[in-house]
Design a protein around this ligand. Sequence first.
Ligand code: SF4
Ligand code: SF4
Length: 459
Amino acid sequence: MGKVTDIIDEGKINGILEKTKSPNKEKVLEILTKASLQKGLDLEEIGYLLHTKDKDLWKQIFSIAKSIKEDIYGERLVFFAPLYISSYCVNDCEYCAFHCRNNIPRKKLTLKEVEEQTKQLIDMGHKRLLLEFGEHPTNDIDYIIDVIKTIYATKHRNGEIRRVNVNIAATTVEDYIKLKEVGIGTYQLFQETYHRETYEKMHPRGPKSDYERQLFAHDRAFAGGIDDIGLGVLFGLYDYKFEVLSLVSHAQYLDQKYNVGPHTLSVPRFQPADTVDIKLEHAVSEEELLKIIAILRLAVPYTGMIISTREKPETRSMAFEIGISQTSAASCTSPGGYGKEKNLEQFNLSDHRNLGEVIEGIMQQGLLPSFCTACYREGRTGEDFMHIAKPGEIHNLCRPNAILTLKEYLIDYATPEVKNLGEKIIEKYLAQISDKGNRRKETEERLERIEKGERDLYF
Ligand code: SF4
Ligand code: SF4
């Protein structure tokens, strides 16, 4: 599959961190001029930004991140929910409550329970899920495929899940081929930490202790035909500056090798969890997290970015402005947790609002909530997606699709207050759709069809 140093060259990254540790103002301004062109940054330029301390320069970095987000993705924010399927796990990740030493009852959903959980999520208004499985012989690929088929087959009232993204342990090309065939959206797998020594400390036993198995998983996924890939780091395990450079290095590697960069980058921070007792020497503050998001927005402008409910509402709001394009809401991190049953959660959450409250909050911020799943269903994945995203044209599709899916949400799931506010947001952004090629008129016509009862209309 290649060499580790093709993806992460620790010596090179440490050299860049050393070289860039005292940036002068002129250098940073020069980098910001380049960043404004929305063509991305190289590792050295990112190193200078990571070491910037000047408050005025930081104001400029945040402001450029905001305009890149607006230009490329527009005002839309796409929602998804995690669905935990099984807490059985043979690994011993030091930061996760599902580690194998934790002597607690485990839960694996039956297909009937998968269907029930799916209905709960549909009733909330969700259209996209991210499936989470521990790594265990009982969670084999055939079970995973059955779970995905069950979810896609579940229709409930006016709704259904239209895109299933998957987070499963690093696996074989044969398994990835099966995932591709069943129609997953994005395959998401985090390296957790790119720093090998820390990785080995955090994963002392189990198959996940193999750093290279994790690092080359995305290559195997590509070999299996999956071209929508999500990368991420669990911030707090090691120096965030090293992790940011490594994450971008991994993204650049994929882009150069496959002509397809990652579809998404995720920026979770470590959160306490039951029986998890690690001393964090590299804890990342909320201010640092926002800086990380802004720098990533400048570094890889075309890549979607995800924040979860690990973060509190105020931090999330700020993150939505400066770079985040997708978010979970109303999440539960235990298998069977939507509805009545409460089992062990994988980690603690900080945003406990229901989906309606989160939607209301982001509309008050002037953003446009979206449940869009159009690209994957139109075959706009991998290179095809990048051809639209890289020149910054994707918002021409995101905006009308966000409006159409928000309309469905307002009719089927919203309270009268949210509905009222939502109609105003739709009106505002409908007026901003370019009428080139009749797109605005077509959106208006489709809105009328949704009013009359049709669903699932998209561009
Ligand atoms: Fe298992 Fe994943 Fe938790 Fe590690 S992070 S213990 S692989 S569920
Ligand atoms: Fe995502 Fe494509 Fe929909 Fe935009 S149009 S929100 S990129 S699926």
